[in-house]
Write a protein that binds this ligand. Structure first.
Ligand code: ADE
Length: 249
């Protein structure tokens, strides 16, 4: 998968892309990431990219010329204007909230373009010029889309087959089927009187799977009841949900 990232701060990405899973995904060629600094497209004096907002007010607004020229050059080079071959994504508070389902869908694409704004964001006409999907990573304001685009990149990368060593670890984790992941434990079996459940030490994998499913449902009911959606649960899980809810009554 090829990810083009358009930003004013390419250096922001250097260290996150150079550690752990993203580093390996890039080194093994499962993901290719190209950073593009749209400041280099500015035709303004001193490579200016922002200006004060019409109507007054604090902050600066990103001008259209540098980002539009950057996008047009990239789209022309990569796609010859065939937008069907990419997903053009703008990171912004205005966007649809990012979630695991979107991460999974994006991980099936061959190419995506992520555009990170900064300051007070882009001149609003930008979204009339290109067929953007707008994505927010949550209801809070960041100084720019850089951290948000890294969140998107990391969650997509984890879904690409081969990126995580064990394919089952991607499958089993939180949010799949709308449930949190089960609790996990490692050695020692007793830490200051806090014990690892016996079933996990018994080696019976059928019982372990059952315990984990129950635990995952119990945890979701307790911590994130908002996630529970009966449409996503199979019959067995729904039965456990009903049992645990009854227990908790
Ligand atoms: N830019 C600023 N805040 C953001 C957010 N919450 N999500 C995506 N992009 C942003």
């Amino acid at each position: 998968m090829l990810i083009d990232v358009i930003t004013l701060f390419p250096e922001y990405y250097k260290s996150p892309l150079d550690v752990s899973i993203l580093k390996i995904a890039i080194e093994t060629g499962l993901i290719e990431i190209e950073l593009h600094d749209f400041r280099s497209f500015s035709k303004g004096k001193h490579r200016q990219v922002d200006d004060s907002p019409y109507g007054g007010g604090p902050g600066m607004v990103l001008m259209l010329q540098p980002i539009v020229d950057c996008l047009e050059e990239l789209i022309d080079r990569r796609l010859k204007e065939d937008y069907q071959r990419t997903r053009l994504i703008l990171l912004t508070c205005d966007g649809k909230t990012f979630n695991q389902e979107t991460a999974c869908k994006l991980s099936n694409e061959e190419h995506i373009i992520l555009v990170s704004g900064h300051y007070e964001g882009f001149d609003s006409r930008l979204t009339q010029l290109f067929p953007f999907e707008e994505i927010s990573i949550g209801n809070y304001v960041l100084s720019g889309g850089e951290a948000a685009s890294l969140v998107v990149i990391e969650s997509i990368a984890r879904e690409i087959p081969g990126v995580l060593g064990n394919p089952e670890s991607a499958q089993a984790e939180s949010f799949r089927h709308g449930l949190l992941d089960h609790s996990s434990f490692t050695r020692p079996p007793d830490f200051r009187g806090l014990k690892v459940p016996d079933v996990l030490q018994g080696g019976n994998h059928k019982l372990i799977d059952e315990w984990r499913l129950k635990e995952s449902i119990r945890k979701t009911i307790k911590k994130r009841p908002d996630l529970l959606n009966s449409d996503q649960l199979d019959e067995k899980s729904q039965k456990i949900v009903d049992e645990i809810k009854k227990e908790l009554e």
